[in-house]
Design a binder for this molecule. Sequence first.
Ligand code: PMT
Length: 223
Amino acid sequence: SQEGPLAGRKILVTAGGTLEYIDPVRFIGNRSSGKMGLAIAKAALMMGANVTLIAGTMSVPVPENSRLQTIRVRTTEEMLEQVDQQFADCDALVMAAAIADFKPQQMADEKIKKHAGENTWTLHLSTTPDILKRMGEKKQSQLVIGFAAETQDLLTNAQHKLASKHADMIVANDVAKAGSGFGVDTNQVTILQPHQEPDAWPLLSKDAVAQRLMRLVVKELSK
Ligand code: PMT
């Protein structure tokens, strides 16, 4: 049987970005490469876990592994449906995906046309479901970990997300800092947990961030 501190555990990870369709050929998306989420999946595999990776738009390939189940999704609604199905029997959920907060109120059935003489066009948006918050509200014994991508007031905003989304941990990510956040191979994060002082980690490779994070998961799951 499998060895490692996470052997027999199921770790559910989201990675990449979600996209929201404007019409059949256009969408709203974001710059997530999926590197951070994939690094977490790999770190969990190395520690012996069974991993389910819910992957949105990714610019990196996902390797094959007998203990890795990869589910591809595009929209936030699709990601919600898959996370919801996989959540009940997981030990920890780690949401590294960059999820759209807004989607077009209606997706046009046909490609939207440009009209002569019109120089502006208004797209109406509505909010998407907050997946992390929903899982935070329905968790039983699962460890629920979210990320917070911020360009300002990092700790204040991340602390707010920790509480409002009922998360057990938030990985606060200053995405405006050089070498940190979207697309790059490194990341600088601060770990927030309820009733604990923020723990700022140095700039590390995403693989190293993922390994440290999984060691924290091992510690929390053994409590
Ligand atoms: O993919 P990479 O290129 O490697 O980049 C990594 C990353 C920058 C995307 C990653 O480190 C990161 O910060 N991911 C979270 C991005 C994000 O959407 O953050 P947020 O602060 O908007 O959301 C907070 C948390 O709620 C996140 O865990 C997010 O997955 C979740 N969320 C957000 C909106 C929504 N509708 N539902 C959610 O579940």
